[in-house]
Design a binder for this molecule. Structure first.
Ligand SMILES: [Zn+2]
Length: 244
């Protein structure tokens, strides 16, 4: 059965979906990344226009237009005039499947290898396309069926259901509001290190002491610590409010 010690048996990536799927020459990875980008914009309540998707993926608008045409033909998304794109049920399922993989891989790397929350996103971006469903489900069981990833994002379940995001951005709180940090943006390692330097992690309790007008600093108290954060950073950290 075994072909020999130098030829390890390997699961085909994306087993269970169309294996080695290509759409008009588009590699599977690009398809999955585009669907994930559209899903991410929808989840952030942003309009998934050609430009917005191109910005997320770091590619030219023309290549997004081309890819979208192919994916629409595949029934993965639809073009909605004056809006942008919308995922079909099939497209959403695939995007959520990638997010499940991504978030479980991040948690796995942190819990088993002891990596920091700023060290896992880039590798998870690559690995999510390559691992088999069987491995992902073994990781899920090994980790004790977690509901959230290390950055506080909900992990979609294996049939594509996902909990609503918790909390609101700190920037949306008013002076006197209190909350517990529930989710942070994970794409930028530098930003996560900045949060660590302020002592912010998932589960930190904080209170808004004051907000400068016109998008200035948000002044926070965390335990005995007082910290200030610019509005841009305060948009990227969500807190579940304990009271308003
Ligand atoms: Zn990530």
């Amino acid at each position: 059965m075994n072909a020999g010690p130098n030829v390890p048996e390997r699961e085909a990536p994306m087993a269970g979906w169309e294996q080695n799927h290509e759409t008009a020459g588009m590699p599977q990875t690009s398809i999955e990344d585009l669907l994930k980008a559209v899903y991410g914009l929808e989840a952030a309540k942003k309009r998934p226009s050609t430009k917005a998707v191109a910005d997320v993926l770091g590619v030219q608008m023309a290549s997004v237009t081309g890819m979208v045409k192919n994916l629409a033909a595949e029934g993965l998304l639809e073009h909605v005039p004056y809006h942008g794109f919308e995922l079909t049920a099939k497209g959403r399922e695939l995007a959520l499947r990638m997010l499940r993989r991504h978030r479980l891989i991040e948690l796995f790397l942190i819990q088993t290898l002891g990596l920091g929350w700023d060290e896992v996103h880039a590798d998870a971006e690559v690995m999510e396309h390559a691992v088999s469903d069987q491995l992902v489900e073994r990781i899920y069981a090994y980790l004790g069926k977690p509901e959230f990833d290390p950055h506080g994002s909900p992990i979609p379940d294996s049939d594509g259901a996902v909990a609503a995001r918790s909390g609101v951005p700190i920037a949306h709180l008013a002076a006197g509001d209190e909350g517990i940090v529930s989710e942070v943006e994970d794409e930028d390692p530098e930003f996560l290190r900045y949060l660590s330097s302020l002592g912010i992690k998932i589960g930190s309790s904080l209170r808004v002491m004051a907000k400068d007008p016109y998008g200035g600093l948000v002044r926070l108290r965390m335990g005995r610590r007082r910290i200030s954060m610019g509005t841009e950073a305060a948009e990227r950290v969500r807190v579940a409010r304990s009271h308003v």
